[in-house]
Design a protein. Structure first.
Length: 277
């Protein structure tokens, strides 16, 4: 009886080529995972800044951003081993732009106030300076609520100085005039369109009084330090709930304070401890 033709399966060992393909595939997957990790670690920190607030942030004649805020930000990024990516934004648009993820943090002399804490979270402070009034030299302001009646006071829109002047000086009879930047306020002080400005004391001193345009003007009246309005110093804002980033930056602030980098930056711009108490 003839045997039927049977086709039996034959086990063929994996070829070397097949094994090589498998190794290459696994290697590619591992490399892809590693690349994703590296990219996550190398992802720049996008920082919003208004570059019209000397000596904290302003433009060089060549159009580059410089200033205390900018240098501190770069020192913090170096400490955290991340790259800073600076994004310019008008001051009153900084927090809205942060909330829609245009950037990850705002480093632009933002006062840490309870009102702002409703919208964003803050790091610890990185400096603290009082608010002051500037007017024509020789002007006496003994009681601002009396002496500022009928005066035009220039402030930067959406700033803590705007809020204070609106709540305190306006009901006392002062006219509050709002501007997009503090530099615009200084220009109108110089031209005589304003009687006074309320702003950060260092900004007024460096950005106005020490310049040719500020000749004939001086600080008047008391320091303004009401915590309700002016907060506990200037901090770096992050999106609400981004505690990990806020904590990381806060730790970096303390680190550069401890290792001398903060003082190195500070001494470029100030002859006093701008960090405050």
């Amino acid at each position: 009886m003839a045997m039927a033709n049977l086709i039996l399966p034959i086990a063929v060992p994996h070829s070397k080529e097949h094994k090589m393909k498998k190794i290459v595939l696994l290697g590619a997957l591992a490399l892809s995972a590693f690349s994703a990790l590296v990219q996550a670690e190398d992802k720049p920190l996008r920082i919003g800044i208004e570059a019209a607030y000397p000596p904290f942030a302003y433009k060089t004649p060549e159009g580059n951003i410089t200033g205390f805020d900018y240098d501190i930000g770069n020192a913090l990024c170096e400490e955290m081993k991340v790259k800073c990516q600076w994004i310019e934004q008008e001051f009153d648009g900084l927090i809205p732009a942060l909330k829609v993820r245009k950037f990850d943090a705002v480093l632009s002399s933002l006062s840490i106030t309870d009102e702002r804490k409703k919208s964003v979270d803050f790091t610890g402070k990185y400096y603290a300076t009082p608010a002051k009034l500037a007017m024509k030299a020789g002007t006496e302001i003994k009681d601002p609520l009396v002496d500022l009646k009928g005066k035009k006071i220039g402030v930067q829109r959406s700033s803590v100085y705007d809020r204070y002047a609106t709540d305190i000086f306006a009901p006392a009879g002062a006219e509050i005039v709002r501007y997009g930047s503090q530099n615009e306020v200084f220009l109108d002080m110089q031209s005589g369109r304003l009687d006074a400005t309320l702003a950060d004391s260092v900004n007024i001193d460096d950005g106005f009084l020490k310049t040719d345009g500020g000749k004939g003007f001086a600080f008047v009246g008391p320091d303004f330090t009401d915590v309700k309005y002016f907060g506990e110093g200037q901090g770096i804002a992050v999106r609400k709930g981004d505690k990990a980033l806020a904590d990381k930056i806060s730790a970096a602030i303390l680190a550069i304070r401890a290792n001398g980098k903060y003082k190195e930056v500070q001494d470029k711009y100030f002859d006093f401890d701008v960090y405050g108490e």
